[in-house]
Design a protein around this ligand. Structure first.
Ligand code: 6PG
Length: 247
């Protein structure tokens, strides 16, 4: 695994993220005939998706791109909380991608069934060696103020899940169910890109990047076991506690 952290002003950060997305997409489509990417939810990536739908759309091989999701809230796609709904509105509805190339997590189903269905979709679509999890070309991730990523939250048994590719989880602090890719899939991706902005993430980012390995406390530490490239794209506000005077 190679990991790097790039700190840059927010506007430049989203441009860099878009260029990295395009580069990975083009390389994957050329080398393997397809670009399989899992998109993160939340609010941070919206600006990236809007850039991909406008300024960078012409550089993305939509014909050979397959869109997946890192996680989903257990709500219907029309719900304002839906990650799929956010990606549909900011990206998918604005680019020439076929519906059959978009593989959403069915958040409207019973959580266990939704997780099982998504696991089946991934297993059917990915050609992966027996016993090996699928290798996404890119997984986009965010990070919560508590250090969660995808929908793997501090203290969750999913931190140590090693069998299932996808799982449902009840998030106590949210009082809601989520469906998420599990660590084996996250760590098997060729490329992982974290997008983290804002002062409110600075404590968690310091723990994520500088703290002693403790994935139960900080689930982003799971990605310290990543087999591929991990890139952290962060703005100065989020990075404000990274370079303390003692360094
Ligand atoms: C979700 C995401 C989650 C998100 C972080 C950061 O469904 O919300 O998958 O992991 O990336 O909570 O969210 P923000 O970008 O909104 O701060």
């Amino acid at each position: 695994m190679t990991a790097k952290t790039i700190v840059m002003e927010t506007d430049e950060l989203y441009q860099t993220a878009a260029k990295l997305f395009v580069r990975i997409a083009a390389t994957s489509a050329t080398k393997r005939g397809a670009f399989c990417v899992a998109l993160s939810g939340g609010s941070t990536p919206k600006r990236l998706y809007s850039l991909l739908a406008s300024q960078y759309s012409g550089a993305i091989p939509w014909e050979n791109t397959h869109i997946f999701f890192s996680d989903e809230r257990c709500v219907p796609p029309e719900d304002p909380e839906s990650n799929f709904g956010m990606v549909r509105d900011s990206l998918l509805s604005r680019v020439p991608i076929r519906n059959e190339n978009v593989h959403r997590i069915q958040g409207e189903l019973d959580p266990l069934l939704g997780a099982e269905r998504y696991s089946e979709v991934i297993s059917q679509l990915f050609e992966h060696a027996p016993g090996q999890p699928p290798a996404f070309d890119l997984i986009l991730l965010g990070m919560g103020e508590d250090g969660h990523t995808a929908s793997i939250f501090p203290g969750s048994p999913l931190v140590h899940e090693s069998d299932r590719l996808v799982a449902e989880t009840f998030v106590e602090k949210l009082g809601a169910y989520r469906i998420t890719l599990n660590p084996s899939v996250l760590t098997h991706a060729r490329n992982v890109v974290f997008l983290v902005t804002g002062e409110e993430k600075s404590e968690a980012l310091q723990l994520a990047l500088k703290g002693e390995y403790d994935p139960d406390r900080c689930p982003t530490h799971i990605l310290r076991q990543a087999e591929g490239k991990v890139t952290w794209l962060v703005d100065p506000a989020a990075a404000s506690k990274l370079f303390s005077r003692s360094d």
